[in-house]
Ligand binder design. Structure first.
Ligand SMILES: Cc1ncc(COP(=O)(O)O)c(C=O)c1O
Length: 387
């Protein structure tokens, strides 16, 4: 199973980083559930000494996702937050980071509640506005940390433009690509220096593992992240690595279905009388639809819509039968949530309002069920809103 340099994305997802197991020929990389490795003699071993440092299952996943993102090396961590924490260790006291203002709440919490204690500073800006992003840089800025699309209002950042801004200031562009997945966009091809993921979401795709990954391209970043992954030790377990490897094999076909269902739901909801606003980059009415078409390959399964009030949102959330009321996203089953009281409850209300995260906003992570079943469920839930 040697991949040629011409191998296409689906082939890379299936095969990159994996060889038949050398001891048996097993086609699927085994779960190397071991803490240590027997050495043949003092100083003589097979390159595997201790499982925090080296594990064949984790290595296979790291090679696989690095290839999917078009990067050089991947580092798998115990969660998406652990992966973002590892990137933050590239900073030194006194450094500054420019961050997308609508970044994931857990990232904001890590930056503001933990890392400011170490004399690191963060400025939050609408990275869709590249001029404002440029102005937020200071001589101490080392990273531009971008999420696109943002959660839940699906605002986009022009990644090529963001890379130019970061590089003009001799800073690295870090992209949290969790919401899109490498099927939909590959930030490194557009100039990003580092990509992070919560593999918990689309990459694993089956809602049965929590994990994270960093993909790097520069030799100095790779050397540091390799050191930190071992030094801090927040590694992804062999079993979780195996689960995510299984997940990445089907990422392209899952993403096609997520995108088709996301678009169909968005189109339906945009015309519904009870929906006052709809956020989905695949609709021509999205203010950044042209950028979405340029930068994204399909528009994904995430959408949000406003039904005007908390009472109406509650009716929808309490009435769905097939969609599950739950946090998280990117699994094969459809989820529905209320950002203001769930994922974004820790964001101050004024800030939430400025971002458009109203009490009437509902978010859907469209799964891969039959679209007619999803539509029927959403229709019957919307029908229950008192007119
Ligand atoms: C965009 C984004 N980044 C990072 C994370 C954190 O990942 P994890 O929950 O795997 O730590 C999440 C989790 O929801 C997320 O949505």
């Amino acid at each position: 199973m040697k991949l040629t340099s011409r191998a296409r994305f689906s082939t890379i997802c299936l095969h990159a980083g994996q060889e038949p197991d050398p001891s048996t020929g097993a086609i699927i990389t085994p779960i190397y559930q071991t803490s240590t490795y027997v050495q043949e003699g003092l100083g003589r071993h097979k390159g595997f000494e201790y499982a925090r440092t080296q594990n064949p299952t984790r290595f296979a996943l790291e090679r696989n996702i690095a290839a999917m993102e078009g990067g050089t090396t991947g580092f798998a961590f115990a969660s998406g937050m652990a992966a973002i924490g590892a990137v933050a260790t590239m900073l030194k006291a006194g450094d500054h980071v420019v961050v997308s203002e609508n970044t994931y709440g857990g990232t904001y919490r890590l930056f503001e509640r933990v890392l400011t204690r170490y004399d690191l500073r963060f400025t939050y800006v609408d990275t869709a506005d590249l001029a404002a992003t440029d102005r937020a840089f200071t001589p101490a800025t080392r990273l531009l940390f971008v999420e696109t699309p943002t959660n839940p209002i699906m605002r986009l950042t022009d990644l090529r433009g963001a890379a130019e801004v970061a590089h003009r200031h001799h800073a690295r562009l870090v992209v949290d690509n969790t919401f899109a997945s490498p099927y939909i966009q590959r930030p490194i091809e557009l100039g990003a220096d580092l990509v992070v993921h919560s593999t918990t979401k689309y990459l694993n795709g089956h809602s049965d593992s929590v994990g994270g990954i960093v993909v790097a391209v520069h030799a100095d970043d790779i050397e540091w992240l390799s050191f930190v992954q071992n030094a801090e030790g927040a590694i992804l377990s062999p079993f979780d690595s195996w689960l995510v490897l299984r997940g990445t094999k089907t990422l392209p076909i899952r993403m096609r279905q997520h995108s088709a269902n996301g678009l169909a739901l968005a189109e339906y909801l945009a015309g519904h009388p009870k929906v006052t606003r709809l956020y989905y980059p695949g609709l021509p009415s999205h203010p950044q639809h042209a950028l979405a078409k340029r930068q994204m390959h399909g528009f994904g399964g995430m959408l949000a819509f406003d039904v005007g009030s908390l009472a109406a949102a509650r009716t929808v959330l309490d009435s769905v039968r097939l969609l599950a009321l739950a946090e998280s996203l990117g699994g094969v089953e459809s989820l529905i949530s209320h950002p203001a009281s769930m994922t974004h409850a820790s964001v101050p209300p004024e800030w939430r309002a400025a971002l458009g995260i109203t009490d009437g906003l509902v978010r859907i992570s469209a799964g891969i069920e039959d679209i007619e079943d999803l539509k029927e469920d959403v229709i019957q839930a919307l029908d229950r809103i008192a007119s």
